[in-house]
Design a protein around this ligand. Structure first.
Ligand SMILES: C[S@@+](CC[C@H](N)C(=O)[O-])C[C@H]1O[C@@H](n2cnc3c(N)ncnc32)[C@H](O)[C@@H]1O
Length: 225
């Protein structure tokens, strides 16, 4: 069982929906169809479906998707899939991949595959938004742990540490719950703006921008045909 499978039932306690982030994903755009990549328990997808958007959302973890579908009054189309190999027959006005999900892609080639595939699934003038920690920034600044995340009722704690190599990050977590403590190590890509810029250049995609914050990558790609 993967870290996220184990983590799924505590996920919303530790990562509650950030409405400001959600609103920033749709702000200023004409949107009907949305794809959420790496949706975890689906809170963002449900937030958008409540507002009338048509939302598809997937995650690699079946446990996450099982939780997502339990309470789904506005019919988000949830399914299990892998962001490296996913295929959609329809196109979207907005595709987003937030919460450092993209760093789970293990190689630059797969990153390229992911961006190309997502770009191909955009409508004209559609937008991809990607939000992740900039792991290269953390590495360069000697940041090898982040603040503990504690649930509102104080009963669940997530401790987060990183071990860096030249290409990868070992994301070492300890999830403390009333029942049990889970230790886990997940291998992530040493993601940076530079890698993303390289990939965009290789794909001949030039209509993109990054947010200001150095610790976080907030990449917006707009499709112009
Ligand atoms: C840190 S969580 C972020 C979830 C959510 N986007 C958010 O911001 O709350 C990362 C999610 O990515 C999923 N994931 C990891 N690798 C994946 C892959 N190859 N394809 C799809 N989802 C993946 C995990 O199962 C997990 O739910």
């Amino acid at each position: 069982m993967s870290f996220y499978d184990e983590f799924s039932k505590y996920y919303n306690d530790i990562f509650p929906l950030d409405k400001n982030l959600a609103d920033s994903l749709v702000m200023g755009q004409k949107i009907k169809n949305i794809l959420d990549i790496g949706c975890a328990t689906g809170e963002y997808a449900k937030y958008f479906s409540r507002q009338g958007y048509i939302v598809d959302a997937f995650d690699l973890s079946k446990q996450m998707i099982d939780i997502s579908v339990q309470d789904n009054p506005h019919n988000v189309n949830f399914f299990v899939s892998n962001m490296i190999t996913y295929k959609r027959k329809k196109s979207y006005d907005l595709i987003y991949c937030i919460g450092s999900t993209i760093a789970h892609i293990n190689t630059k080639e797969n990153l390229k595959k992911f961006i190309k595939n997502s770009y191909d699934n955009l409508r004209e003038k559609g937008v991809i938004k990607i939000k992740s920690l900039d792991y290269m920034f953390l590495f360069n600044n000697g940041i090898n742990r982040l603040e503990d995340l504690v649930s509102a009722n104080q009963e669940v704690i997530l401790k987060r540490n990183f071990e860096f190599s030249n290409t990868d990050v070992l994301f070492k977590t300890t999830l403390v719950t009333k029942e049990k403590t889970y230790n886990s190590i997940t291998k992530l890509m040493l993601l940076s703006r530079r890698i993303l810029e390289d990939v965009l250049l290789e794909l001949n995609i030039s209509n993109y921008s990054f947010g200001e914050d150095k610790r976080t990558i907030f990449l917006t790609i707009t499709k112009n045909i």
